[in-house]
Design a protein around this ligand. Structure first.
Ligand SMILES: C[S@@+](CC[C@H](N)C(=O)[O-])C[C@H]1O[C@@H](n2cnc3c(N)ncnc32)[C@H](O)[C@@H]1O
Length: 254
């Protein structure tokens, strides 16, 4: 089994390969596939003049959304240098502070500085959730909030066969999972399976107060769409039965 450093290097190379599939996908105001949006949930308050840090900024589209809502300082950390290049291009007029690094590494980002740290479909890639949440907590000002979305932890266990959704594998089993194919590309990526309770307990251990946990409903944008029977990993059919995404808002309160 590879160590964390080796996993991060493998994942970095693989993200460089698949980065182009995520150009503007899973970016605010979207919280994820078929998921309620920021416009529906309104988790961010006034962003005017605020300092924000994105974990796993990808193509930079969420940071651009933050700029459109008046955020003053745009910061981000992402493992992949391809993503950094894409985000730099997209945000060239916004003067962002973009770093190519692992979220679980202390790269001396300012402490007690940010009004919001947020992440859209990236947190679950960390090799060390405990360290990641502790670092994020240290970056936030008192009263600042972390908002993140990620696959609902049970979602990977839901399989659909001819429209019959059933459980496969064990939700109880946490730990590393090797992915050799992602978005149709041959890769070598390690992702960590974690339960809902693990996310919540690690937030509490890092010092956060939990404001809200959302097991997202389908966005109103799909209200009129017919949910055809589908066995795809993400489908409206499945999303109407089970939340694709969990969204958590947690704050630093002294
Ligand atoms: C699904 S994408 C997120 C998409 C992003 N929200 C967007 O708007 O493009 C996941 C991102 O997490 C990054 N990532 C993966 N592991 C990471 C880690 N350990 N630390 C920091 N970023 C990581 C990837 O490079 C990728 O850009």
């Amino acid at each position: 089994m590879a160590n964390a450093k080796e996993i991060l290097e493998q994942n970095r190379q693989s993200w460089n390969t698949v980065a182009h599939h995520f150009n503007g996908k899973d970016a605010l105001p979207s919280y994820g596939p078929y998921t309620q949006t920021e416009e529906e949930l309104k988790l961010f308050e006034d962003l005017q003049g605020k300092r924000v840090l994105e974990i796993g900024y990808g193509s930079g589209h969420s940071l651009k959304y933050m700029a459109s809502r008046g955020a003053k300082e745009l910061w981000g950390v992402d493992l992949s240098d391809s993503q950094k290049n894409a985000a730099e291009e997209l945000l060239k007029d916004q003067n962002p502070q973009l770093f190519c690094a692992a979220m679980e590494t202390d790269i001396n980002l300012p402490k007690h500085y940010f009004d919001y740290v947020y992440s859209i479909y990236a947190i679950g890639w960390t090799t060390d959730l405990s360290v990641t949440f502790k670092l994020i907590y240290s970056y936030l000002k008192d009263g600042g909030s972390l908002i993140f979305s990620w696959d609902h932890p049970l979602y990977a266990n839901l399989k659909s066969e001819n429209g019959r959704v059933h459980l496969e594998g064990s939700y109880q089993l946490e730990g590393e999972k090797l992915m050799e194919n992602f978005k149709g590309e041959k890769v070598d990526m390690v992702i960590h399976r974690r339960k809902m309770a693990t996310y919540i307990n690690e937030l509490i251990n890092a010092g956060f107060s939990i404001d809200t946990v959302i097991e997202s409903d389908v966005s109103a944008a799909f209200e009129k769409e017919e949910a055809e029977v589908s066995d795809r990993y993400y489908s409206l059919y499945k999303a109407r039965k089970f939340p694709t995404t969990m969204i958590i808002k947690a704050s630093k309160r002294s």
